[in-house]
Design a protein around this ligand. Structure first.
Ligand code: GTR
Length: 421
């Protein structure tokens, strides 16, 4: 009897090093798996029209992603009030109109606020905009001294001078390279950004952020099918869009959801759940974003749930090291964005995010765009680095690391000009 627990513990110890938890970066070791047909319903019925896609298949896929992957919102929660904290018609050396708008939500005696930083092209009546979260505060995306520093909890970052989970002047402008503000404005677009930690701090703690506002009596964490942090951040983008509909300077019918990495997973989910987003960009979103889960290349479901247990809903845990059991894959998430323009981008050195899996996903989602007569990623052959494919569904892999660069933005703007604007 004593031997059994001992051998079991050896087994668990060994399986940490061999088997599931080893990261695969070799194409030859990608398991063979079935590419699930976005146009075949769970009960085996083939969808052949837009009408059936929208009435039958799209809703059942959306429900699955809600219940088993990102988690659903327990209730609706609307903006309680908003306030223009600051405004300047001559920002960025006279190039832009800047606004900082705080949205406030109230429920059960609890309050949550977050601030949208807006730069709008000056001589445009109603501007199309890119909306995307930032990782370390609105003040990090620009040198502009007028941008308010958030008091929300932040991850420490030595190179940005962020200590004690507190944002200060030391981090101002530290992330300017990721935000091509001038290029965006020159092309006639506005930029809206929000510090994601104001909507939900990025830690495994469900007592803060937006979640507690929607708990039932006595509840202190989401139920297994209820929203994790990615769904909470997506919700924050959706509510920002509610505000844009009230702002006369913005063309709310032309809001493009943008996001990098975990925030690219977020922009995809926002675009899937709210069809008002006119376009969606996934920059290096990887596992749980654009990449196919069943390839198990780079980051896997087991690994992501282990490192970030708060990102997805608890139901998602059942697919860790058990991808075969998933009746969906991430190309079907992309398909939920059809027929709206979608841009998936990878980086050559970002193998953790599985560039090939991101590419194939945009290819397999294209089938649904065809129903609408739109073109996507028509080929199964991956393009060379820095050779973008631009259609309603676009894709590029650029040289370099996991990041957002001017090259990425130049392509997003070209695609937006052609397919969104
Ligand atoms: C990594 C995580 C990825 C990606 C990335 C990021 O640690 O494994 O899924 O989201 O963080 O958001 O920068």
């Amino acid at each position: 009897m004593k031997l059994l627990p001992y051998s079991l513990s050896i087994f668990f110890f060994l399986s940490m090093f061999i088997g599931s938890s080893q990261t695969n970066y070799e194409e030859s070791k990608v398991p063979s798996f079935e590419v699930l047909d976005p146009l075949l319903t769970f009960s085996g019925y083939t969808i052949n029209s837009v009408k059936k896609w929208e009435k039958v298949r799209r809703p059942e896929l959306l429900r699955f992603f809600e219940n088993d992957i990102y988690g659903k919102l327990p209730k609706k929660l609307k903006i309680n009030s908003y306030a223009i904290l600051e405004e300047d018609n001559n920002a960025l050396n006279g190039k832009a109109k800047r606004k900082q708008v705080e949205l406030t939500f109230k429920k059960k005696g609890k309050t949550l606020s977050y601030t949208i930083l807006l730069y709008l092209p000056k001589n445009k009546v109603k501007a199309p905009i890119f909306l995307g979260y930032n990782f370390y505060g609105n003040h990090t995306i620009t040198e502009d001294k007028a941008v308010i520093i958030s008091s929300a909890w932040a991850n420490n970052n030595e190179s940005f001078g962020i200590e004690n989970n507190t944002l200060t002047e030391a981090s101002r402008g530290k992330r300017t390279h990721r935000w091509a503000v001038e290029k965006i404005l020159d092309a006639g677009y506005g930029l809206a950004t929000i510090y994601y930690g104001e909507v939900d701090p990025d830690k495994n703690d469900f007592s803060d952020g937006i979640h507690p506002l929607l708990y039932q009596h006595g509840q202190n964490q989401p139920k297994p099918a209820e929203w994790g942090s990615i769904a909470a951040w997506s919700w924050g983008m959706v509510r920002a869009l509610d505000y844009f509909e009230k702002d006369a300077d913005i063309d709310a019918s032309k809001v493009i959801a943008f996001g990098h990495s975990r925030l690219g997973k977020t922009s995809l989910w926002a675009g899937a759940t709210d069809e008002r987003f006119a376009g969606v960009i996934s920059n290096n979103s990887g596992c749980g974003g654009a990449a196919l889960s069943k390839r198990k290349f780079g980051e896997t479901i087991a690994v992501i749930n282990d490192r970030f247990p708060h990102w997805f809903c608890d139901n998602f845990n059942q697919y860790g090291d058990n991808e075969e059991a998933l009746p969906v894959d991430q190309h079907q998430l992309l398909a939920l964005i059809a027929p709206r323009p979608l841009y998936v981008a990878s980086a050559e050195e970002d193998q953790w995010a599985d560039p090939r899996g991101e590419f194939l996903s945009s290819h397999y989602a294209t089938q649904v765009y065809h129903l609408y007569g739109k073109k996507g990623i028509e080929t199964k052959e991956m393009p060379m680095p820095n050779e973008p494919i631009h259609n309603t569904v676009s894709y590029h892999i650029r040289t370099g690391k996991h990041d957002v660069t001017d090259y990425d933005w130049e392509n997003y703007i070209k695609w937006a000009n052609a397919f969104v604007k």
